[in-house]
Design a protein around this ligand. Structure first.
Ligand SMILES: NC(=O)c1ccc[n+]([C@@H]2O[C@H](COP(=O)([O-])OP(=O)(O)OC[C@H]3O[C@@H](n4cnc5c(N)ncnc54)[C@H](O)[C@@H]3O)[C@@H](O)[C@H]2O)c1
Length: 270
């Protein structure tokens, strides 16, 4: 595994209580960054599977501390602007600034576009798209005020590049993240802040098992016809996505901005 030099920097990670967000937080910690691990911490939040609780966030904090980082765990719902603003203020007060934003939190409630209700549509678009904008807005403003540049990495998906039957609301939001990323990249470039999106295919996390458990046979059949989601022989692990996050957060990628990078085992190649 490549070792990056994030010593003296601070990374804020959303959706850090488990899955890819936890993996990103631990990799930033291993590479020397201090970490602000945030999550909604509300298992009751509406979805077709359970989200993370406070205990899981505390576990991320403990694991990152074991890797030598200074870490704080904050309850932050990415759809709540006041909560996002407060978390950014706390992070800045605690660590002096934020250098890296891993904008990762997301939900994927399952349902066909003609069947879902407005609540499901709103949940998918609010968390996956609006939440990413709100977090980038407040961290981005801080980065500009501070004047030391920064890195923002947004989690899109292969569903941000191609259709994903049974997840059309999620797909619309994930496509939206790519437009958000490109425009933020243009607006923040004068401030030496790069903004990129990572587009993973299926990853071995609770979200994927949640989707598999709740998808019905009709949608599964359409999804199968729309092509394989992995040309390689193995499901991706959260660490495989973290590798792209680390690179895009590093000086090695200082001229990379406004891209949507598939980490997709070839799924978008055919
Ligand atoms: N799992 C996959 O196959 C896959 C593929 C492509 C992209 N993604 C994306 O990767 C990201 C991470 O997903 P994962 O696979 O680790 O899933 P996960 O469900 O394991 O983790 C998502 C985390 O986000 C948190 N979260 C949900 N709503 C939130 C909110 N309103 N505010 C703050 N936190 C909230 C959850 O509590 C959870 O801890 C998501 O953006 C997801 O859409 C996942």
């Amino acid at each position: 595994m490549v070792r990056y030099d994030f010593d003296g920097t601070t990374a804020l990670v959303t959706g850090a209580a488990r899955g890819q967000g936890r993996s990103h937080a631990l990799r930033y910690a291993e590479n020397g960054a201090d970490v602000v691990a945030t999550d909604v911490c509300d298992t009751a939040d509406a979805s077709t599977y359970e989200l993370s609780g406070r205990e899981q966030l505390e576990e991320t904090v403990a694991l990152a501390e074991e890797r030598g980082a200074d870490v704080i765990g904050l309850e932050m719902d990415v759809t709540d602007e006041a909560a996002v603003e407060a978390a950014v203020e706390t992070a800045v007060a605690e660590f002096g600034g934020i250098d890296i934003l891993a904008n990762n939190a997301g939900v994927a409630p399952v349902g066909a576009l003609l069947e879902i209700d407005e609540e499901t549509w709103d949940l998918a678009v609010d968390v996956n798209l609006k939440g990413m904008w709100l977090t980038a807005k407040h961290v981005g403003r801080h980065m500009i005020d501070r004047g030391e540049g920064g890195r923002i990495v947004n989690t899109s998906s292969t569903a941000g590049l191609v259709a994903s039957p049974g997840l059309g609301h999620y797909t619309a939001a994930k496509h939206g993240i790519i437009g958000l990323t490109k425009t933020l990249a243009a607006e923040l470039a004068p401030h030496d802040v790069t903004v990129n999106a990572v587009c993973p295919t299926a990853v071995d996390t609770a979200m994927t098992s949640g989707i598999v458990e709740s998808i019905d046979d009709d949608i599964a059949e359409i999804a199968e016809q729309s092509g394989p989601d992995n040309l390689l022989d193995e499901i991706m692990q959260p660490e495989d996505v973290s590798a792209a996050f680390m690179w895009l957060s590093s000086d090695d990628a200082r001229f990379v901005t406004g891209v949507a990078l598939p980490v997709a085992a070839g799924a978008t190649a055919i």
